[in-house]
Ligand binder design. Structure first.
Ligand SMILES: Nc1ncnc2c1ncn2[C@@H]1O[C@H](COP(=O)(O)OP(=O)(O)OP(=O)(O)O)[C@@H](O)[C@H]1O
Length: 197
């Protein structure tokens, strides 16, 4: 099985992958959903602080790869027979490494500037979004603390999402076409950048 991983900072536009996945009939597993599910399971209200803290706690309890472990378990239980699975919301190089220890993974980063992301999240207004700049910066720094910057810097493909949503979907469509047309090549993507302790 090949995993296509999607990474990017909050509000970068990772959800655009759902549009393209539909077209190619590919399953998408969301890492953010895993954290939000765990936050609710712990009896906490869904807000930026609780979701962020749950992500930190999961990593403290089960290690840096905690959320990747939960995702891969889900994939093994529900999507075992699939040839290609998309994992949306990869947030650290530890997670990339964990996936690659078990499956080949090709990584796509979606990038947008901080001001663009801040404006988008204000409009999105999900329970864990905030219209407050300080809260936004805190969340960005928390993500960067998980080593998401390494994952973005080491991505195999990058989408710049500063124009329309359709443009982002089109860029992703071209990347998926390239991957699906050259599956054997991308099934060799199992190399690991081990982070020294
Ligand atoms: N190019 C775009 N033009 C306009 N709106 C966009 C564009 N890209 C994304 N959006 C909107 O911005 C918001 C944030 O995008 P999205 O939900 O995909 O972010 P994300 O990368 O999944 O963030 P998070 O990691 O916080 O879940 C959404 O409401 C989305 O519809």
């Amino acid at each position: 099985m090949l995993i296509i991983g999607i990474t990017g900072m909050p509000g970068a536009g990772k959800s655009a992958i759902y549009e393209v996945a539909k077209k190619y009939d590919l399953p998408v597993v969301s890492m953010g959903d895993v954290v939000r599910y765990e936050t609710k399971k712990r009896g906490l209200e869904l807000n930026p602080e609780n979701v962020g803290n749950t992500a930190i706690k999961l990593r403290e309890e089960f290690g840096n790869e905690a959320i990747a472990v939960a995702c891969l378990k889900y994939i093994e239980e529900h999507l075992k027979d699939k040839d290609v699975v998309i994992v949306e919301g990869i947030r650290s190089l530890y997670e990339v490494n964990y996936f690659r220890k078990h499956n080949p993974l090709v990584l796509i980063a979606i990038h947008s500037s901080p001001l663009t992301r801040f404006e988008r999240l204000k409009i999105r207004g999900r329970e864990d979004d905030s219209a407050n700049w300080e809260v936004f910066v805190e969340r960005d720094l928390r993500e960067l603390g998980f080593s998401i910057g390494y994952a973005i810097a080491l991505a195999d493909f990058v989408v710049i999402n500063e124009s329309s949503f359709e443009d982002c979907v089109n860029q992703l469509d071209n990347i998926l076409k390239e991957i699906l047309n050259n599956l054997e090549k991308y099934k060799k993507y199992n190399f690991i950048y081990a982070i020294p302790e």
